[in-house]
Design a protein around this ligand. Sequence first.
Ligand code: GLY
Length: 381
Amino acid sequence: MNSAEIRQRFLKFFEERGHVVIPSASLVPEGDSSVLFTTAGMQQFKPYYIGKANAQKDFGSLNTVSIQKCVRTSDIEEVGDESHLTFFEMLGNFSFGGYWKKEAIEWAYEFITKDLGLQIDFVSVFGGEAEVPEDKESREIWKSIDPNITVKKFGRADNFWGPTGEEGPCGPTTEIYVNGIEIWNIVFNEFYQSRDKTLKLLEVKGVDTGMGLERLVKVIQKTPTVFETDLFESIMKAAGSRIVADHVRTSCFIITDGVVPSNTDRGYILRRLLRRAYIKNKNVNLVVDAVIINPSYNGLYIFAPNIKEVVTQELEKFEKALNAGLKQVEKGADPFVLFTSYGLPLEIIEEVTTIDKEKFMKQIKEHKQLSTERGSQKFKK
Ligand code: GLY
């Protein structure tokens, strides 16, 4: 089964069960300044969980289904292992005061075991922690579906999800494991977590599920890592390494949603991804082409000229600075000039030269202190 078919099956399954299909929101969250990027399918639906918007009025239903583009950079150091990515697609079904645990669990079981024909290793439920009690109801539902299923109990670190950003809906989860990896996270949004971390019961309970497409495809296509799935086939050929494949694919999607490289926030993340990829493979442009022609991402095609222009401009500038800086270092300059005069971040400098990291970090600290002092002196004058 290829990834396009898996996406279609998921949407159809939930559409047939009363969910309205909603397109992915932009990677740049609208009206939610608490996060840089969209990190979960539920993000565009946050107002519906807290009674600020009415799903029945807006969608004609209390239940929706979507495939959301997501970017998470918290795991960037893990990228390159078998399943971590900075960009992924999240399959999700949602309910805002409609169905609750029984339907959510039964449908998940049916989709995984019947529609996809996968075998569940085990499932997990929330075991209770602090003021939130153990989720006995979910355990009983799993056991009523399959008395032989293994139900593990985990604490808050594993089986409690959210909020995205500083505050928002959150709640205990039940999760499905297949072939040793967690593939589906079913969240029962019962609480609202405020900025001071206190939990308040939501007036209307909601369901929010998230199943990463790339991991699911890996399990279905039985590949050793996500990078051998059809989602990455053409991209890996051009990229040659997992990190390059990941970073360039993510950059293409971020640029498509309007981000340009800069020294702050989203723009800085894009800049870092492109520069890191370039250090490992000078042919980033060929990898961009491979992402755009990948049949899984045919939606990118119309944005191709813009993506290419942004990438080319950024990397030309970077190449010039990098080469000029390296020439200085070759001539005997302290590699620290790469930081002060050429604006290269430590992670890049580490890749292109040999430095004593500890000494370098000390130099950076002193340099920053000095600039702050100079800045305040100027201000005083
Ligand atoms: N919102 C559920 C998840 O991201 O797993």
